[in-house]
Write a protein that binds this ligand. Sequence first.
Ligand code: S3P
Length: 175
Amino acid sequence: MQSITLIGYMCVGKTTIGKALAKELGLVFYDLDWYIEERFHTKVAKIFAEEGEARFRDLERRMLHEVAEFENIVLSCGGGTPCHFDNMDYLNTVSQTCYLQASPETILQHLSMSRGERPLLRGKTPDELRTFVTAQLAERRPFYEKARHTIGVDVLDSFDKIHLVTDQIKQTLSL
Ligand code: S3P
C-alpha cells in the first residue's frame, strides 16, 4: 500500500487526524515537524527565529525526502511544505496525497484552541490573524489543490468528530 500524506493549512487538524488514521489502518504515523525537531534536537520555532525561514524550508525539503522513503506510513506535513520547491509534485509521486480543506473560520477556531507554537502566526491581533490567514490560504490553495484527493474538514469542531474525517479518507482511498 502506498503511504498516505496529509497536507493543508496550519490548524486544520493534520496531526490529530493523521495519528487517528494511522492507528485505524495499523500504519506508522510521522509528523514532518516532529521528525525535523527530533533529527536536529531543536524546535521548528527556534529554527525560524535563529536561522530564518529559508533555512527551515531547505531542511524541511531534505527531511521530507528522508521520511517519504519509509513505507506504509501516514505522514502529516507542515502547512507550508507543499508550497515550496517541487515538494507537492514529489509527494504526489510517492504517496496518496490528501488535502484537508478548511475555511478560514474553521482554521481560526482551531487556532484559538491550539497550544502549538506557530512562528508565522505569532504576535498577531485577532483582526491581523484573520487577514493573514485568509490571504495566505488563498495564496497556498493552488499548491494544496494539486493533491490527489480533497477531504473537507469543516465538520471538525470537536475531537469526537475525528472519526468522521478518517472514515471519509478511508472511503475516498477505498481502504
Ligand atoms: C508552517 C506550518 C507549521 C510549521 C512551520 C511553518 C507553515 O506546521 O511547519 O511553523 O508555513 O504553514 P503546522 O501546519 O503543523 O502548524
